[in-house]
Design a protein around this ligand. Structure first.
Ligand code: ADP
Ligand code: MG
Length: 358
């Protein structure tokens, strides 16, 4: 049983309240993760902040909002404007079974982009309607499908900032892909001046939501407004973590941001799974990383491990997923297995929901 529960797959936002506390008051849990060890005192501070923020959403304590606004991470999430209730309100759409999954980890190089593309193509192979969204100004996802972000005229920047319909920036590739361009680097700043700045992506998705079963959003390596937009639009978050360099402190920080988003913007969002990437079973380090993850996050950690192989770096150079580049290889199979695992979890969840409402 894990020491830390970020958010159970089928659980509600309320379960998150104690989880950060556990994370920070169980320093033993972070043994073996060098970065996390020196995070002790800071983590305790964060626990206070997170517990305050996790007060019931119905009646947010002014103090909790203030503490969020003074925290550096929180600056872009909870501002005085939010506290005053200045918010453009949630976008309106009827409930569908569209899953909007955000791939997030503020650490770079953990395989967010690789996972977005290959998981998306694996879901496509299974027959699902898939939209990939490139929300990273670096445009790696866009590039990995053979498109050049430097010459793209209209991109997610125009969708988020100028309210261009998202269908205008969708390219048909191995899956449908809403592209990024270099402009997207200016989106954080442009959005920060807008009312409803955190809901821009959520609103943009209304147009196409019913056309897809899975929308996968690739995010930049930060917890800024682009990533917040993704969290607000999300039904769930999948966190790729690199076995080579595990950062538990980073995961606690990510969960703190999600707690603020739940409090202020999207009560239903939470981590629905953690995927271990760049796993090398021959090294003790990789095996320890998995142990630490499972000890702390229990069954949030997907059984599928994405092994370390150069195939994942080779495929994007050819403008393709690894499923197209080397369809019968182990690298492609790993993402097919992950896709099956995710779909099975969704079906179990949807079934439980249906029974609840029956
Ligand atoms: P992020 O989007 O989190 O920054 P990427 O998906 O771009 O991470 O991956 C970072 C680098 O690691 C890329 O060069 C990618 O090709 C490579 N990579 C991704 N997954 C693996 C893996 N399982 N094994 C080896 N290299 C990988
Ligand atoms: Mg990336």
């Amino acid at each position: 049983m894990g020491l830390i529960r970020l958010l159970p797959r089928s659980g509600g936002a309320s379960r998150a309240a104690g989880s950060i506390h556990d994370a920070a008051t169980e320093p033993d849990a972070v043994d073996g993760a060098p970065e996390a060890v020196d995070g002790g005192p800071e983590a305790v501070d964060r626990a206070g902040e997170a517990v305050a923020l996790s007060e019931p959403a119905r009646d947010p304590e002014p103090a909790a909002v203030a503490s969020a606004a003074t925290s550096a991470d929180a600056a872009s999430v909870a501002t005085p404007a939010d506290a005053a209730g200045v918010d453009a309100g949630p976008a309106q759409y009827t409930a569908t079974t569209t899953h909007v999954i955000v791939l997030a980890n503020q650490k770079g190089g953990v395989a967010k982009t690789t996972t977005t593309l290959n998981l998306g193509v694996a879901l496509r192979e299974m027959g699902y309607r898939v939209l990939l969204i490139d929300l990273d100004p670096q445009g790696n996802l866009t590039m990995s499908q053979g498109l050049n972000p430097d010459v793209i005229e209209r991109s997610m920047f125009d969708v988020l900032v100028h309210k261009v319909p998202i269908s205008d920036v969708i390219e048909q590739r191995e899956a449908d892909l809403a592209v990024a361009s270099i402009d997207l680097a200016g989106a954080e700043l442009a959005l920060s001046a807008m009312i409803g700045r955190e809901r821009s992506l959520e609103k943009a998705l209304v147009e196409v939501r019913s056309s897809y079963d899975y929308v996968l959003v690739d995010t930049p390596p930060s917890l800024g407004l682009l990533t917040i937009n993704a969290f607000v639009a999300a039904t769930g978050v999948i966190v790729p973590v690199q076995c080579e360099y595990l950062s538990l402190r980073g995961l606690v920080q990510l969960e703190n941001t999600l707690a603020m988003v739940r409090e202020n913007l999207n009560p239903n969002v939470g981590v629905e799974g953690i995927v271990a990437t760049m796993f090398d079973g021959r090294t003790l380090h990789s095996r320890e990383a998995i142990e630490i993850l499972e000890e702390n996050f229990g069954d949030l950690v997907y059984r599928t491990r994405i092994r370390k192989t150069v195939r994942y770096a080779e495929a994007p150079v050819k403008g393709s997923s690894v499923l197209k580049y080397d369809p019968t290889g182990a690298a492609a199979e790993a993402y097919r297995e992950l896709a099956r695992e995710i779909v099975a979890a969704k079906e179990a969840e949807d079934g439980a929901q249906a029974r609840k409402h029956a």
